[in-house]
Design a protein around this ligand. Sequence first.
Ligand SMILES: Cc1ncc(COP(=O)(O)O)c(C=O)c1O
Length: 362
Amino acid sequence: MVNAPARWFSRPAARAWTCPPAPPDVPAFHRTLPGYAPTPLVELPPLAAELGVERVFVKDESSRLGLPAFKILGASWGIYRALCDKYRLSDVPLSRLRAELGPVRLITATDGNHGRAVAAMARLLDLAADVYVPYGVHPAAMAAIKAEGAALTEVAGPYDEAVRVAADVAAADPSALLVQDTAWPGYERVPQWIVEGYSTLFTEIDEQVAAAGAAPVGMVAVPVGVGSLAQAAVTHYRSGSSKPTILAVEPDAAPCILASLHQDKPLTVGTGPTTMAGLNCATPSTLAWPVLRSGLDAAVAVTDTDAAQAAQDLSALGVSSGPCGAASLAGTRTALTQRPAAHINTIVLLNTEGQAANPSLP
Ligand SMILES: Cc1ncc(COP(=O)(O)O)c(C=O)c1O
């Protein structure tokens, strides 16, 4: 366990690193989900003026497949691939999957959004779900998980402890399928599928930026918890022709990627309370770490006050964001004071959750 690192890290050589892309069939799978539509890419000229670049877009995940966060992109593909794998199925459409399955109980730990996404997929597939939450998860987020029909258990500890409890429960139940959005040694296949699921968000951005007639993305800001979403961002942009700066943004109360980058090895950090509940993670995913170590340009930590100001500013511009979603803008503001946006024309901020996902505590 280490103390808080310096709040800024940069690795200019990351731009030259390359890796294989996500599988191409993920967006087609998402199009089969009831209610699928690309989320909006909203242009915000006042932010472009403030940040000193040509164009700023917000990828607005405040309403994704009926939920107030992006997470269902990963949970849906992860659960689909894991069930197909468990029951040795191939090419079964999601609508016919349930008929092929025996008894299955989906199990996960979450600080809010991922658990709700797993619960929603369980409801769609008519499966049971058990969701474990650490302390600090907003009561409204817990109520939303229960409203999807999942059983919810509060764990008296931080996120890593909730993950351990969920993994232990799953190991003791032959009908259980652990659907965790972070990896550790020996548990890598499901989290890799979840990361692949996030790729749709980036293919949508490519199409939307091109349709807006904007220059290729020069910088993308990604809110980071265990690093799985950032792993998907690095995989997308380091396997393609555009080479944007990729910025990871963490709460200063839980900067596990920043600390790991500074020490050049994956570390568990001490965490404290933060309004950015979805980013309150102490340990990088073991799958994400090597990808982020090689392919991330920069990482920054922001305070709850920075995130709250950013959420207020986005709201004034008509975009609903929770503290995790607004972290992208807060982190970009901090990063551009370290390194001005020379040569960057287009910035994309990932607003990964709406206000409804994670309302600030009263
Ligand atoms: C709203 C939101 N944004 C970003 C993240 C970060 O994702 P990851 O844990 O994959 O880094 C999360 C994770 O739960 C989240 O809920």
